[in-house]
Each structure stands twice: as structure tokens, then as C-alpha cells.
Design a protein around this ligand. Structure first.
Ligand SMILES: [Zn+2]
Length: 476
């Protein structure tokens, strides 16, 4: 666990704990600050030969080695600093705290605990004690010693009310001890207090995502995990968030640093009977919005008569006015649906039924679909998009100038351009819908393979249907 802010404070204090304010010690420190490590090291080596500066010089050499991950030399120099510092001054306090951090990185956890407790015990300097307590708190939380971690968090909270770290740790403990409500509270507090949006916020977003997942709120979980990725602090937190999101099969996250200042719209939420609507803006559009809702509620009932879906939650519709912004935030082209959570993102002027049909289809008849094909999935969405235009004519326009042999080619080809595939599939499924019984159509939804269609309709009838459709497609 890295502690950049604390380390900065530590650097400032290095000078102040030197009993002898040697000019060369200051010069060496200036070199170090300018990232001139070779010269700084050389100067510090000289200073180790002088009694009055040996302790501080060994400490600084150890610190520089630790920064370049030369841990074995770092440890021996810091131990040397403690050995020289017989009075157990601040040099010892800091060296123990620093040794704790090194052993943390090398995974030597028993030593971490010993060194950090030593630093706390010496109690030489408020900042070094805070530093050690903060590290120890992280270690205890990692090792699931929640009582010790929480006790340290309380100590730190009482000392500095504005410190976000203990809030993050307590929130995390509450997550892992199944107290989601208070976990959410503490994690949000941590983010609020974390002015410089450091790794603390990164991990707090991740843990918020985890918390929402534990209560089944996938939408909010994805939102928080995407926040962690967008923030891009602490590589391990970003990787963790990415893995969780992948496992949720959810929105692909936004990673571009250009988007740092982009925030999702402050959605205006309107509860419909069957759908919750999120509008970017409703100002001066009252009549339009009312019409929009009425159309969608009606479509919901009509489409669901066919699909008889059993959904785990109320349908959500994010209605974007601005396609560009939607793409920047979600990194996808509108519209798209997250069928598992019954939510769709659509443009205001999109067809009423396409995206919601995807969700209906996924949850149709309360039983999982046994075989999905892109052709039938998009075909169903197209067939029930509630668009009044003649679907065969629309499909013919889409294939104009292209070679067309049979609709079955479209069923087979998985990676076809959606501008061609969707209209053809929509027209074909619409055609089949009008030619099939309720049971036949249900079977087509549940197993979307061509083999199943042949079995359902009977091979010769199915061939006839395909022929009939192809003929319509080929007439000028
Ligand atoms: Zn679609």
C-alpha cells in the first residue's frame, strides 16, 4: 500500500529531525529533491563517516534504496540508522516506520507489524506515528483482523477528522462483515474527504462497486467500478474494477484520460407504470416527454403480450438527447441494452420498441433462452420496434446494390454489418411471426438456431417459408 501524501510530509521532516544542521546534509537533501540520486547518495555516503550526521545519512540512503526497490540494501541502511541513533530519536521512529513499509512490500507481514508497532511505541513524532498507524491499519484490514484495523481507524479519525483513509478502511470492513448500508456511507465519506482524488478514492469506488454487487444493485455497481477505472489511480484497483466489470458482462468502461472532466448527466427521473425513465433534460418539453412516455408504456404492454417476460426488476430507459456525450460516457454507440439488469440506453429519436424487445426477449416466458443467435435476436427487436414502415421495403432498401441469394445466409453470418443485417432479420422475423402459431413462435424465441426452426415448422414448410420470403426480397 503506497502512501504518497504521507511520504511527501515525511520528506519535509527529514531536515527537521537532524540534530546537527549540517550544511552538507542540507545540500545532499536538495540533490535528492532534484532527483539527482547518484550525487545525493555519494554525498550521504561521505556524511555517514561523520558522527553527527551518520544517523540521518544512513536513513536517507536507506530511503533512496527503498524508492528504487533495492530492498535488501535499504533494510540494512535503515537498521544501521537505528543502531547509531542510541537515544531513539525521530530518526529511529521514521526508520522503523519505513522498515514497516518495506516489509509490507516484500510481503514479510510479521516484521511489518513489529516495525510499525515499534514506531508507534517510540512516539517520537506525531507524523511518523500517524504514518505507522495508518500502515498498520491497512495491514490489519488486509489480514482480516477487522477489530484491530477498526480500532486503529478510530484512533486516526479522532486525530484528524479530515483524513479519508480511516473512512475507507471502516467502509471496507463493513463491506466484508455484511453491513452494506454503513459501508456505503463510510466509502462515500472517504471519497468526499479525499480532495486530491488519490488511490483512496480509487479503492473506495471499487469497494462501493463491490458493496452494490452484494445487494444486487448491478447498475450502481457498474457505475462505481467505471468511476474507479476512469479515475485511474492505484493500478491494482483499476485492474480489480476491470475484472469485476468483465465478470458482470456490463458496460465497457471509459479509460481515456481525455474524459476526466466528463460526468454523466444529472438524470431527471420519471416513474412510468412499467418503465423508469431517465431524461437528460425535460425543460420546455413537457408535451413531448408525456407523449414519449405514453408511447413507450403502450409498447411495453403490446410487446410483452408476445414475450410474457418475467423480469427481476422494473425496466429502466436512459433517454439521451446527445449521442456524442452518450458515446463518450459509455464508450458505446446508442442504443444498447444491459438485458440482465433490464436497462437500456437509447437516443430520444430511436424506435420505441427495439431496445426494450431485447430485454423482453432475454427474460421471455420466465425461462432462460437455450440458444441465442444474433440474427434472431436483432430480428425480434426489429420486428417489434413499433415502427410503422413496411419492413420488407426497409430491408430491400438496405440490400440495394448488394448480392442477395437467401435470408439463410444472414442467419449463418455472425459478423455482418448491422445496417444490413438488422433490417433483413427484422423483416424475416416479422414475416415468420405472422406465419406461425403462438407455440411455434415461442420456440423460435427460446432456441434461435436454424435447426430448431426446421424442427418447429417441419423441414418442408420451413423451406417454403424461406422461399416465399426470398421471393419478396427479390421482386423489384
Ligand atoms: Zn438491437
Amino acid at each position: 500500500m503506497a502512501l504518497p501524501k504521507k511520504i511527501r510530509i515525511l520528506l519535509l521532516l527529514v531536515l527537521s529531525f537532524c540534530n546537527v544542521r549540517s550544511q552538507t546534509l542540507e545540500q545532499a537533501f536538495q540533490l535528492y529533491q532534484k532527483h539527482n540520486n547518484p550525487e545525493a547518495l555519494e554525498m550521504y555516503e561521505q556524511l555517514t563517516k561523520v558522527d553527527s550526521t551518520a544517523g540521518a545519512a544512513n536513513f536517507m540512503i536507506g530511503k533512496i534504496y527503498a524508492e528504487v526497490k533495492n530492498f535488501s540494501d535499504a533494510v540494512s541502511k535503515l537498521q544501521k540508522a537505528i543502531e547509531i541513533d542510541k537515544e531513539g530519536s525521530a530518526i529511529s521512529g521514521w526508520s522503523h516506520a519505513y522498515l514497516g513499509q518495506i516489509f509490507y512490500q516484500t510481503g514479510d507481514f510479521r516484521k511489518v507489524e513489529w516495525e510499525l508497532n515499534k514506531a508507534i511505541e517510540l512516539n517520537m513524532n506525531d507524523v511518523s506515528v500517524d504514518f505507522a498507524q495508518s500502515q498498520l491499519m491497512g495491514l490489519m484490514a488486509d489480514e482480516a483482523k477487522f477489530d484491530s484495523a477498526a480500532a486503529l481507524a478510530r484512533v486516526l479519525m479522532n486525530k484528524h477528522v479530515e483524513n479519508p483513509e480511516p473512512y475507507m478502511v471502516i467502509g471496507t470492513i463493513h463491506l466484508y462483515t455484511h453491513r452494506p448500508d454503513s459501508a456505503v456511507f463510510y466509502l462515500h465519506e472517504a471519497i468526499k474527504l479525499n480532495d486530491d482524488k488519490s488511490w483512496v478514492s480509487g479503492w473506495a469506488h471499487v469497494h462501493l462497486g463491490e458493496t452494490y454487487l452484494t445487494v444486487g444493485d448491478i447498475e450502481d455497481a457498474a457505475y462505481e467500478l467505471n468511476n474507479a477505472i476512469r479515475l485511474n489511480k492505484a493500478p491494482s484497483s483499476v485492474k480489480f474494477a476491470q475484472r469485476l466489470l468483465d465478470s458482470m458482462n456490463y458496460l465497457s468502461p471509459v479509460e481515456s484520460p481525455k474524459l476526466k472532466n466528463l460526468t454523466a448527466p444529472k438524470w431527471i427521473v420519471i416513474e412510468g407504470t412499467n418503465i423508469t425513465y431517465y431524461f437528460q433534460d425535460t425543460a420546455a418539453r413537457h408535451a413531448k416527454i408525456q407523449r414519449y412516455i405514453a408511447e413507450h408504456e403502450l409498447a411495453y404492454l403490446k410487446i410483452n403480450e408476445v414475450f410474457q417476460s418475467v423480469m427481476p426488476k422494473k425496466m429502466k430507459l436512459y433517454v439521451w438527447d446527445n449521442r456524442e456525450l452518450a458515446k463518450k460516457i459509455t464508450s458505446r454507440e446508442l442504443g444498447f441494452s444491459n438485458v440482465r439488469v433490464c436497462s437500456s440506453n437509447v437516443a430520444f429519436d430511436e424506435t420505441v420498441g427495439h431496445e426494450m424487445t431485447h430485454t423482453f426477449c432475454f427474460w421471455s416466458f420466465g425461462t432462460p433462452i437455450t440458444f441465442t443467435s444474433r440474427f434472431i435476436t436483432e430480428g425480434l427487436a426489429g420486428a417489434f420496434d413499433q415502427d410503422e414502415h413496411n419492413k420488407i421495403e426497409t430491408a430491400k432498401k438496405a440490400i440495394a446494390g448488394k448480392k442477395y441469394t437467401s435470408v439463410l445466409d444472414y442467419w449463418k453470418t455472425e459478423d455482418m454489418d448491422e445496417k444490413v443485417l438488422n433490417p433483413v432479420a427484422g423483416a424475416f422475423v416479422d414475416f415468420l411471426y405472422h406465419k406461425s402459431t403462438t407455440e411455434q413462435f415461442k420456440s423460435l424465441i427460446q432456441d434461435q438456431s436454424q435447426t430448431n426452426a426446421e424442427n418447429t415448422f417441419g423441414t418442408s414448410q420451413f423451406e417454403q417459408l424461406v422461399k416465399q420470403f426470398d421471393k419478396q426480397m427479390k421482386t423489384k
